[in-house]
Write a protein of this length. Structure first.
Length: 1270
């Protein structure tokens, strides 16, 4: 939780942190330092650049180079070039934004800034060593030579008159103060304070500098920094040698940095107490090299007119990494990486404007004005170009130089209000900027903060927003109390959306190592639950390093054996599983071992990952260009991914995959616009998708081009002043509208057919009411921790972690167990369930993989059946086998990280052998155990173009399927060839890629849809001269809903949740059929002619585990693997029983193995799937075709048993055909192939699509939905 503003952590939640500043790296934040030193002191200092430790007041003032009175941002990592793609964008989180271009150059002043991290030191007691270079600071010398200084170079200089002061910060920028009436007054909006220090006898001993973030710095009489202390009293101490040079830095936790100098006073070595060391080399007194653990970095100064200007860096690979050039005034005018990549040039048009041109020739002009004595960015004009319109954005400042309004390129404005200490007290978003004024709109949000009277601690934060009627509404207030050391003591959240709203409170307690309460030994957070123990505990060692973390249930993770770089080398989870981590001297991870799985990482000399090796045989090698862009990945088979780099962005523009022989197997091409945004996505067969953006770089247009009767297929997006999506217009001009509440949460979705779904939330952001035209109204309640307790009539019991312990429906209760000792490695994992079907228990290995399922199934009143399924893994975590409930043992044989064979261990039969893979992809070919060979051929767009099944060594195909595509990657033709006969299926699509027409050579069916994909009519005609109509069926739907009302003139009945209560038939008279649904909205009984034909039972995971077919006296038990794939059926008909097991290769069903439980006879049928892993053919052990399934594009069609004994019920991915109803069970729902839609609304609502009944967007030839959740 972070209630502080301006990058300050709330009370230092991680109490070991040495420094109360935020993280390291807000590029462009004019508020100063956010690297942990707590320097965030103003609207932006004047930016004068100094040379570091040396220099008098006169030198500081007189040698200030031209333009150096402008803010320097010094928190930009080196090598962040090519950021012109966001030229001129307002930065709402860092409102005092100062513009940088390239790698990075200050656009106002022309200062080249470079940040080099020599020593990375993690943990609270760490002391990183960071050098910075400022090209405009090269007129002064320092211990690192002209232009360079380090992060411990803070100084205070006082003028000879004693009335002016400059506080030089560690990044080269400085703040000015003047003595007025005996007090040092900050200038130019600086919010820091300076106080003189005196000895016992009244003599001046130095100064105390207090930042607005509460950090105190003490300087000696020479202006040298000697101590720095954060709010918690943790201090680092700086010591100097006899020559006045910094010799040692010591952190609050005992970490030390030692600095060594040569005779000229130049820094030549830095060593920390953890053994890390960096050596520096100089040529003619200028820093030219830094030698670290990985090698040497070289610095170049090739500008003869300005010999101290940094012009390039050669990295540890001895490759020129970056380059810069300067004009005659010494201002940086170009930046590039490698050999001309991401090149940016600057032209200083005048003292008030600079032109910036990126590598694509895109031009933006930056305008500045002097405000409160400092030049500040006021306007950015993006000049129009081929693909980008003209843009304008800007900033308006208050009298102190703080940004008051930030206006983005769509002329949306954010207002910032600060108190006298420069702390943000109000941020209001959503204004429209018109005629130099901020106009309120209907979409706005506001955050108001009240601060501690003297410390930078937020005491309360109130959140407001405009509701749908455009009125301001409070929705949440956060309140904080702190300890005397500034650590959070309590945090309270209050719901303001209703009278007497609920509050949630967290209590923080600390245990300390010392009586001054500076060093935290343990932090305990008691959460908002009153009825449960919800305490979280963290413990630290005396170096401030985390040693344990315990959650609300006491599950503890241990961290120990810390590396010299402050990183844990061993982590032990709550199950006792150890993870070992190895690091090199610089702290880079070089090895990881968890149980039997081992990773090794190798690096190039410049710190980029070069190799990843896993002890399962997996290997990856990485190559980079001189600009450090990834250019190639090679795996253990010699397959490669090659990336061609875009010179503007440094991102890949062409990605190519080649197999081990060098043959191209895949290629993807992107075209970027002048701002580095993806403008086109190109395929290899004319596919062309184009993207447009609004002025704020939000995608506003998607245009698919290709050979279509519709021409361009265009989708547009429209946004409000908060950049929230408000309207989406599809290629057929159907509009979907979105509304939001004051919190910015989605409150209403109106689909193109008028169906309106509404959402209502409490102030904490919890959804408390949903009104759907498809499923009705549902109210929800939560406990104090925000865990769902009820949803409509469903009630939940939860543990302190929020996990469901029980779910109570009107007609059943389901129970979940976790962490149980009876289950191996079960802490933090689901270990048991109990439901109407019986009980299940789950076991895991040390890697968290499920290794055993034990299930007791209730089949009858006195019939309990126990089954065990085991999942076998090798120490590396690869699944090497499955032992099915009937004892069948399937083995997966791995070679070099891929499955090579699949073997039935009992008989020694190799179901699959010699499995081949697409480069960097899945399996595409193998030898079946019956002598047949299956092979997929894919084109370079990754599409399956041909599937062939043939007998090994024979030329003719036993079965072949050939695909043709349009330029939108939709399948337009499928030729199924079997024994010389071809069945041709032709398919057409509408403008939203929904199947609109299909033919099989004998008949043609047309489908018509409404605005959201509900099928409104289908017509089937005979392909004869007369084109006789064989069937025509209209469908109607409830107004403003997707609920079907009638089909073919026959009424469709639905229940309260919108689920169809009988199967919808097309072209035939309605039968007397009905479903009964349970409290989970799952069908439990199927009736025909008032007789119960079938009953279905579901487990706690939502899987159908039992089916009773009463007319056949048949009972089926179903077992699923951990990924949800159907693994086994136990079938009993009368007194006879058999098992049906399914063998899978990844997500491909490859065999069905049936075993008669009385005789032990086993029969293997090999499954042969289409491009979507749907079984279409089956062969027996002799290689003869014994089964086929041909269907229309929506899966309608009877399967044929060619030997009158083979029955296979698998259909589309995740589906199982129910012969009794004609529906396909689809995991969480049922699918009707006659209507091409689900019989129930989507359990995940609109997250699965705008139409909650639609199946994969009515394009079942291109997409799958194995769980029924899309």
């Amino acid at each position: 939780e972070n209630p502080w503003q301006d990058g300050v952590h709330a009370g230092d939640i991680n109490p070991g942190n040495n420094g109360s500043g935020g993280g390291d790296g807000d590029a462009g934040d004019g508020n100063g330092d956010a690297d942990g030193n707590g320097d965030d002191d103003g609207a932006g200092d004047d930016g004068d650049v100094t040379g570091g430790a040396g220099g008098s007041w006169d030198e500081i003032v007189d040698n200030a180079p031209p333009g150096s009175d402008d803010l320097l941002n010094n928190i930009v990592d080196s090598g962040l070039g090519g950021e012109m793609c966001a030229v001129g964008g307002a930065d709402d989180t860092n409102p005092d934004f100062q513009p940088f271009a390239g790698n990075p150059i200050n656009i106002i002043s022309g200062n080249k800034f470079q940040r080099e991290v020599d020593i990375i030191s993690s943990g609270s007691g760490g002391l990183p060593f960071v050098r910075v270079y400022n090209s405009l600071g090269t007129s002064l010398s320092s211990s690192l030579s002209k232009g360079w200084q380090h992060n411990y170079s803070k100084r205070i200089f006082v003028s000879d008159s004693g009335v002016e002061m400059a506080a030089v910060r560690d990044k080269g920028n400085r703040y000015y103060f003047k003595k007025e009436k005996g007090f040092w007054q900050a200038q130019n909006g600086v919010t820091a304070r300076v106080y003189p220090l005196f000895g016992k006898e009244g003599q001046a001993t130095g100064w105390r500098y207090e930042s607005s973030l509460g950090v105190q710095e003490v300087y000696d009489a020479h202006g040298r920094l000697v101590r720095e202390r954060n709010l918690q009293g943790q201090a680092k101490v700086l010591r100097y040698n006899e020559q006045g040079l910094l010799s040692q830095v010591e952190s609050a936790y005992g970490e030390r940095l030692s600095l060594v100098y040569d005779e000229q006073g130049l820094l030549v070595q830095v060593t920390n107490s953890r053994g890390q060391q960096v050596n520096y080399g100089y040529t003619q007194g200028q820093l030219t090299s830094a030698q670290g653990t990985r090698g040497q970095i070289s610095y170049h100064y090739e500008d003869s007119e300005h010999p101290s200007r940094l012009t390039g860096i050669t990295d540890e690979m001895q490759r020129r990494f970056v380059s810069w050039s300067y004009d005659e005034q010494g201002r940086a005018i170009s930046s590039e990486r490698g050999q001309g990549l991401e090149r940016v040039t600057l032209e200083y048009i005048s003292a008030s404007s600079t032109k910036v041109t990126n590598a694509a020739g895109k031009v933006a002009v930056y305008h500045f004005e002097r405000i409160n004595g400092v030049r500040r960015l006021t306007k950015v004009e993006g000049e129009p170009s081929t693909n980008c319109p003209a843009t304008k954005n800007g900033y308006v400042y208050d009298a102190r130089g703080f940004v008051e309004y930030a206006i983005d390129k769509e002329q949306n404005a954010t207002r910032y209000v600060r108190n006298g200490r420069g702390l943000l007290v109000e941020v209001t978003e959503g204004y429209r900027w018109q005629n130099e004024q901020a106009i309120e709109t209907s979409s706005m949000q506001r955050t108001s903060t009240q601060w501690h009277a003297s410390l930078p601690l937020a005491e309360s934060v109130r959140y407001q927003g405009k509701n749908e009627s455009g009125q301001w509404q409070d929705y949440l207030e956060e309140r904080f109390r702190y300890t005397a050391q500034g650590r959070v003591a309590t945090k309270e959240q209050v719901d303001l959306t209703q009278q007497g709203g609920e509050s949630r409170t967290w209590q923080y307690q600390y245990r300390y190592f010392d009586s001054e309460q500076r060093y935290v030994a343990a932090l305990t957070i008691d959460g908002p639950l009153s009825e449960q123990n919800d305490v979280v505990t963290q413990e630290f060692n005396q170096q401030g390093q985390l040693v344990s973390r315990s959650n609300e249930l006491g599950h503890t993770v241990l961290f120990d054996e810390y590396h010299e770089a402050g990183l844990p080398q061993r982590m032990t989870d709550a199950n006792g599983t150890e993870t070992r981590l190895n690091y090199d001297v610089s702290g880079q991870l070089i090895g990881l071992q968890q149980a039997g799985r081992v990773y090794e990482l190798r690096y190039t000399a410049n710190g980029l990952v070069s190799d990843i090796l896993v002890n399962d045989g997996t290997q990856y090698q990485f190559e980079y260009n001189a600009a450090r862009h990834l250019t190639q990945v090679r795996n253990q088979f010699g397959e490669t991914i090659s990336l061609e780099v875009d010179p503007v962005t440094g991102l890949w523009r062409t990605l190519s995959v080649n197999d081990e022989t060098g043959i191209l197997t895949y290629r993807n091409t992107r075209v970027f616009d002048e701002l580095g945004r993806v403008m086109r996505q190109l395929g290899n067969e004319g596919q062309d998708t184009r993207f447009g953006y609004n002025r704020n770089d939000l995608m506003s247009r998607i245009e698919a081009r290709g050979h279509s009767i519709y021409g361009k297929l265009t989708t547009t997006k429209h946004y409000d002043t908060l950049n929230q999506l408000r309207k989406l217009v599809d290629p057929q001009q159907g509009e979907t509208a979105f509304k939001y509440d004051g919190q910015g949460l989605l409150s209403e979705v109106e689909a193109a057919n008028g169906a309106v779904t509404r959402y209502r939330y409490n102030g904490f952001g919890d959804l408390i009411e949903q009104v759907s035209p498809d499923t009705g109204k549902v109210h929800k309640t939560y406990n104090a921790a925000g865990h769902l307790l009820s949803s409509g009539s469903v009630r939940f019991e939860r543990d302190a972690l929020g996990r469901a312990l029980a779910v109570h429906y009107l007609d059943e209760s389901i129970y979940y167990g976790y962490d149980e000792a009876e289950s191996s490695f079960g802490v933090g994992r689901l270990t048991s369930t109990q439901d109407a079907s019986g009980e299940s228990r789950y076991h895991y290995n040390a890697l968290g993989q499920r290794v055993k399922d034990v299930r007791t199934l209730v089949v009858g009143a006195d019939d309990l059946r126990e089954s065990v399924t085991e999942y076998l893994h090798n120490p590396q975590g690869q699944q090497v086998g499955i032992i099915y409930p009937d004892g069948m043992h399937l083995e997966y044989v791995w070679q070099r990280g891929r499955i090579h064979d699949v073997v039935l261990v009992d008989s020694g039969t190799a179901l699959l052998s010699d499995i081949e893979y697409q480069a960097f992809d899945g399996p595409v070919a193998w030898q079946n155990g019956n002598g047949t060979e299956y092979r997929q051929r894919r084109d370079v767009d990754g599409r399956t173009g041909e599937i062939t099944l043939q007998h090994e060594g024979e030329d003719g195909a036993l079965w072949q399927q050939v695909y043709a595509f349009d330029s939108f990657n939709n399948i337009t033709q499928i030729d199924a060839i079997e024994q010389g006969k071809t069945r041709q299926q032709q398919v057409h699509y509408d403008a939203q890629h929904r199947i609109s027409r299909e033919s099989d050579g004998e008949t043609e069916t047309q489908y018509h849809y409404d605005e959201v994909g509900n099928r409104t009519r289908q017509q089937t005609v005979a392909l004869q001269a007369q084109r006789n109509i064989l069937n025509e069926t209209p469908f109607t739907y409830a107004s403003g809903s997707n609920r079907m009302v009638s089909a073919g003139g026959q009424a469709v009945q639905v229940n309260q949740s919108g689920s169809e209560q009988s199967p919808v038939r097309v072209g035939v008279a309605a039968a007397d059929e009905a479903f009964i649904y349970n409290g989970r909205n799952r069908p439990t009984h199927y009736f025909n002619n008032h007789n119960v034909v079938a009953r279905y039972v579901y487990n706690a995971l939502g899987q159908r585990v039992v089916k009773y077919h009463y007319l056949k006296d048949e009972t089926k038990q179903f077992h699923y693997d951990p990924q949800g794939k159907l693994l086994s059926e136990q079938v009993q008909v009368g007194e006879r029983s058999r098992s049906i097991n399914y063998a899978w290769l990844n997500n491909i069903p490859v065999a069905q193995i049936s075993t008669d439980q009385q005789t032990g006879e086993r029969r293997v049928v090999y499954l042969h799937s289409d491009h979507l892993n749907t079984p279409r053919r089956a062969t027996d052990e002799a290689g003869a075709l014994v089964w086929r399934w041909e269907s229309n594009a929506f899966g309608l069609g009877e399967a044929e048993s060619l030997d009158e004994r083979t029955q296979i019920n698998l259909r589309f991915a995740g589906q199982y055909a129910d012969e009794e109803s004609g529906l396909y069970y689809n995991y969480f729902r049922h699918y009707n192939p006659e209507t091409g839609r689900y019989t129930q609304s989507d359990p995940i609502g609109l997250r699965g699509g705008i139409n909650t009944f639609a199946y994969v967007g009515s394009n079942a030839l291109s997409f799958i939905d194995p769980f029924g959740l899309a």
